[in-house]
Design a protein around this ligand. Structure first.
Ligand code: KG4
Ligand code: ZN
Length: 439
């Protein structure tokens, strides 16, 4: 089966084509083409993602990415030429209707389609899997409308796909091995035309989803069946990373930057090096008794599986205000040393909480497997601490390779494939839904 995956839920525009061998006992999965355009550099200038700006970028990038993906996956016999086939007016009108709210997408899409001679397909795409939530609704709609336009023009059914399910299932991959299915703790995944297979999971599993929009504990009693057993009451953990980074004067997205600084502080690296690197003018810490900060571990003793990350962000804000007051009035910046120490304390605090809550969930539900997924699972300390947790609890630990932790279209194609295999039917009239839940 060949699946085209489309992902536009936030600030990554991504398209992926995978091929599965349904006759092989372990479902061999091959990536034929994988294209991703990150809007991070653009949004970084404004310190965060603006939905309408993300939407415009998706509109601009989707058609070129589809073209690249078709070329990369050798889908077409010949090179794409100019104007091979003409789309009739009636069809064009239908496509126009589908894309009417995605201003600027119709023209390049039709141009691409007219460059492709449908008789020159090497293979046929069997199904389109598109993220229809959760995420930023205007951004999601671009992908959904684009999928519907492709479906209309090439007559391919669509499976609407849950973004968070993508983050879960991608952790189940392991490299394809002809002779035996190995049981790895950490799956090595390199999203470059490699073959994979799905690992058999020991259920029940507990998945911790940690991203820019989510912090959820999910109980999985059997494949593709989810029950949310813990949730954040306010901010998501990735959001807290990003907001704390902004308070510390670090660029967007804050997660990787906080993680990098925390790591330096943790390893007692030469902090003068960061000072030079960050060229911060005033690194005076005058008036600070010592560079040790203490932040709360929010809801760590709440006795339930819920989270809260908005208080810790406020605690960092007050801490930074206090430091500014103690510093000489002429120094509106934090020193790199202080930034790194706060980053470390923040990371230690939030990781302690997610580890403890996951441990409680595993014990409460007798889980045999821990899965972590979502952009924040790319974090070095989190990966290390969860590896230790799983060892201590004697359960299996699954985490996607770093390149597959943050948003991508491969995980969407994979989730679509698994849903089709489990009997889910394709849909025509579905909507993008920003708050789509896993249950
Ligand atoms: O899953 P994702 O790519 O997008 C959403 O679905 O939200 O997650 C993005 C989030 C951002 O908040 C980003 O700061 C965070 O993941 N992130 C990290 C790291 N890499 C990305 N957080 C902590 N450490 C990292 N290494
Ligand atoms: Zn995500």
């Amino acid at each position: 089966m060949i699946i085209l995956g489309i992902e536009t839920s936030c600030d990554e525009t991504a398209i992926c084509i995978i091929e599965t061998d349904d006759n092989s006992p372990s479902s061999k999965i091959k990536i034929l083409g994988n294209q991703l355009y990150s809007q991070i550099a653009l949004h970084a200038q404004y310190g965060g993602v603006f939905p309408m700006m993300a939407k415009r970028e998706h509109i601009k990038n989707l058609t070129p990415l589809l073209e690249q993906c078709l070329i990369e996956s050798s889908f077409l016999k010949s090179n794409i030429k100019n104007q091979i086939s003409k789309i009739n007016e009636e069809k064009k009108e239908k496509i126009n209707e589908i894309l009417v709210r995605e201003q600027g997408l119709f023209e390049p899409f039709i141009q691409l389609v007219e460059k492709i001679d449908s008789t020159s397909w090497n293979k046929k795409i069997d199904v389109i899997a598109v993220t229809n939530g959760p995420g930023l609704e205007p951004a999601l709609w671009v992908g959904v409308s684009f999928a519907k336009a492709i479906s209309e023009i090439w007559d391919i059914p669509i499976i609407p796909t849950n973004h968070m399910e993508g983050h879960i299932v991608v952790a189940q991959l392991q490299q394809y091995n002809e002779s035996k299915v190995e049981s790895h703790k950490v799956i090595k995944l390199n999203l470059e035309t490699k073959s994979y297979q799905l690992k058999t999971i020991n259920y029940p599993a507990v998945a911790l989803l940690i991203s820019g929009g989510h912090t959820q504990l999910v109980l999985i009693k059997e494949s593709l069946k989810y029950e949310i057993i813990g949730n954040t009451k306010d901010d998501a953990i990735g959001e807290a990373y990003d907001k704390v980074a902004r308070i510390l004067g670090l660029p967007y997205p804050g997660g990787p930057e906080i993680s990098r600084l925390a790591d330096i502080a943790r390893n007692n690296a030469d902090l003068t090096q960061i000072n030079a690197e960050k060229s911060i003018l005033n690194n005076s810490t005058h008036g600070l008794p010592e560079l040790k900060f203490k932040l709360p571990r929010p809801m760590i003793h709440s006795g339930d599986l819920n989270f809260s990350f908005s208080g810790i962000k406020t605690a960092v804000l007050y801490l930074v205000k206090d430091i500014f007051q103690r510093q000489s009035a002429s120094s509106p910046h934090l020193s790199a040393t202080v930034q790194a120490e706060i980053a470390k304390e923040f990371e230690d605090a939030v990781v302690e909480v997610i580890v403890k809550k996951t441990k409680e969930a595993v014990e409460q539900y007798g889980a045999q497997t821990i899965i972590i997924g979502g952009g924040v699972s790319a974090n070095k300390k989190i990966r290390a601490d969860f590896t230790k947790l799983a060892e201590n609890l004697s359960v299996e630990f699954l985490v996607p390779e770093v390149s597959a932790s943050t948003d991508n279209a491969f995980m969407i194609a994979l989730a679509g494939y698994m849903n089709i295999k489990s009997g889910k039917l394709s849909q025509k009239d579905f909507k993008a839904f920003g708050n789509l839940s896993l249950q």
